[in-house]
Write a new protein. Sequence first.
Length: 161
Amino acid sequence: MIRLSGVLCLLLTCAGTGMYAGIQVKKQVRQYQLLLSFLNDCEIYIRYQNLPLQELFSLLAENPDYRQLAFLNEIRTGEGSPHMRWQKAVQHLSGEARTIFQNLGHAIGQTDLQGQIAVLELSQIQMQSAYENCRTASEKKRKLYQSLGWLGGAMLAVLFL
């Protein structure tokens, strides 16, 4: 009976690990979606209210939707020049999002209003593409991780029985 419960624990542990990996992949998709929304809001505030960057980031940091974007607080409260704070803050982002935001950090605040809007529009297009790629890959990976978790657990269960 103890052996059977141990095997069952192994099976469920492996399955749980696969499920957890699937959830992590899904979180990355949500992060890309949130970053896309953030870029859209930045463009709207700059286009229609012509907000300076410091005010823009303070306003967006108060938005409950963006509280989970850790880089936003670092940009506002970090030490050093705005450019250095931006580069340090976006290191927390993953994959293509980091590259897109690093490029955005080089250009935003360096040009006039129309230039900033153009940079944000370009970043939105790039982020939309990255989001679509991540979403497509996520579906495949999520199913794969879950299947591998269950199959790995089943294999261990058979080996230990």
